[in-house]
Design a protein around this ligand. Structure first.
Ligand SMILES: *[C@@H]1O[C@H](CO)[C@@H](O)[C@H](O)[C@H]1NC(C)=O
Ligand SMILES: *[C@@H]1O[C@H](CO)[C@@H](O)[C@H](O)[C@H]1NC(C)=O
Length: 405
């Protein structure tokens, strides 16, 4: 008689906890959370392998790799059909509003992804959570605001470590890392923080970014100084898609402030600087692969870096910072904590309006070891990944840096 009501109470309260948890977190999320996610091999007719790799005579495997916060990232492994890779894994990480496709868009002899394969590397491409080449979230749809509740800090703590650990697990070898733009920021922060750096053999950083004190890009400046990011977040805009109505509104606002006739036609230059060496006859082909959607919170964090000049975590405002960080101010990432034993190459351009020369110099002073510095005076931001001359001016030097013992 005694035990039954107690058991009843226990069962009821257990269910109560589950239901309460499920109500708070949404039922789907709750159920999904109880099952650990494991990486899977996938076949995707609209993935990077099918669109850009297999049809150019290379082998390609596609994977979906989970993060601990429930996202499925897209990862591809590319190899030669003629020989086995002998030089270890190379992992390539793209920039803001891009996907892993950026490394294999140009002709095979001009794309870094293929060039590394041809030179004996076991090549892996990564794509960030919101890229269309990733695989969504275990519980949230792209239309849910929760899907977009992440900033660049989450790429540092989740996306990059998840992908590097996956590549390391598959290959049991240290990884040659290549980052571009936001991919370099993410790597600098991740390598400074945890055991992530221990998975990496060498790191080549193209258009490296950590400090944004001298950004001359008019578009980036207008967005950050108008606090457009904050305005949009307050207005309930969670994602930024340059092709949808919201994205067009932002561009209209920026272009009307800029008062430049070429604003709409040459947005790329206005954001990144005057790219010398992007083949104009390929622009419509590049446009087919379009810019990827990102979260407003991620853009807000970029704008925050511009406004504060600090290489720091997301600023939630004084009181919420206390809850997140135990301090009124967001902590900074400590570049000096990157192991001095990790060889780093920086490649930057004289016309780059995002990775400005002065900011790269500042970064260099903070890094414990810069093994190689490459400066291309006439290069702007976009030239490092799409430039037709990048093969001779940048990638050959990168290959030498990787090959040096
Ligand atoms: C961005 O918006 C365009 C136009 O509405 C749409 O076709 C495209 O699928 C959107 N991209 C993403 C990744 O949601
Ligand atoms: C630009 O692309 C076109 C079309 O693929 C090609 O014929 C031309 O040689 C390219 N130009 C340069 C400078 O690479």
């Amino acid at each position: 008689m005694e035990i039954l009501p107690r058991l009843h109470f226990v069962v009821v309260s257990w269910w109560g906890t589950v239901i309460l948890h499920c109500l708070v977190a949404s039922v789907v999320h709750c159920v999904a959370n109880s099952v650990p996610l494991v990486a899977q091999s996938v076949s995707n007719p609209s993935g990077i392998c099918a669109l850009l790799v297999l049809n150019r005579g290379y082998n390609c495997q596609e994977f979906k790799v989970p993060t601990t916060d429930g996202f499925w990232l897209g990862v591809q492994r590319i190899s030669s059909r003629k020989f086995r890779a002998s030089k270890g894994p190379a992992f390539l990480y793209h920039g803001l509003m891009q996907g892993g496709d950026i490394w294999v868009l140009n002709a095979p002899e001009e794309s870094l992804g293929f060039l590394l394969v041809d030179n004996g590397y076991d090549v892996w491409l990564g794509s960030t959570r919101s890229s269309k080449f990733s695989y969504g979230h275990a519980s949230f749809l792209r239309s849910d605001p929760e899907f977009w509740n992440w900033g660049w800090d989450d790429l540092v703590s989740e996306d990059l470590p998840s992908m590097l650990r996956f590549v390391h697990m598959q290959t049991s070898q240290l990884i040659y890392f290549v980052g571009y733009s936001q991919g370099t920021m993410t790597a600098f922060a991740a390598f400074s923080q945890s055991d992530v750096a221990d998975l990496v053999k060498k790191a080549a950083m193209l258009s490296p970014i950590a400090y944004l004190n001298h950004v001359t890009s008019p578009v980036a400046s207008i967005v950050s100084w108008l606090f457009l990011d904050k305005v949009l977040l307050l207005a309930g805009v969670h994602q930024f898609n340059i092709s949808d109505a919201g994205g067009k509104q932002v561009i209209n606002a920026v272009c009307s402030k800029l008062k430049r006739a070429d604003c709409f036609s040459d947005l790329l230059s206005l954001v990144t600087g005057p790219n010398c060496c992007i083949n104009k006859s390929l622009i419509s082909y590049y446009n087919k692969f379009e810019l990827q959607t990102t979260s407003m919170k991620n853009l807000a964090q970029m704008a925050q870096l511009l406004r504060t000049g600090r290489f720091g975590k997301y600023d939630y405002g004084w009181f919420r910072n206390l809850g997140h960080y135990g301090d009124f101010f967001p902590p900074s990432y400590q570049l000096r904590n990157i192991p001095g034993s990790l060889p780093i190459m920086l490649a930057h351009g004289g016309q780059d309006q995002l990775a400005d020369e002065m900011d790269v110099r500042h970064l260099m002073l903070e890094l414990p070891s810069v093994t190689q510095l490459l400066f291309v005076p006439h290069y702007a931001h976009g030239d490092f990944v799409l430039g037709f001359s990048a093969r001779t001016l940048v990638y050959h030097k990168l290959l030498l840096f990787f090959a040096a013992t």
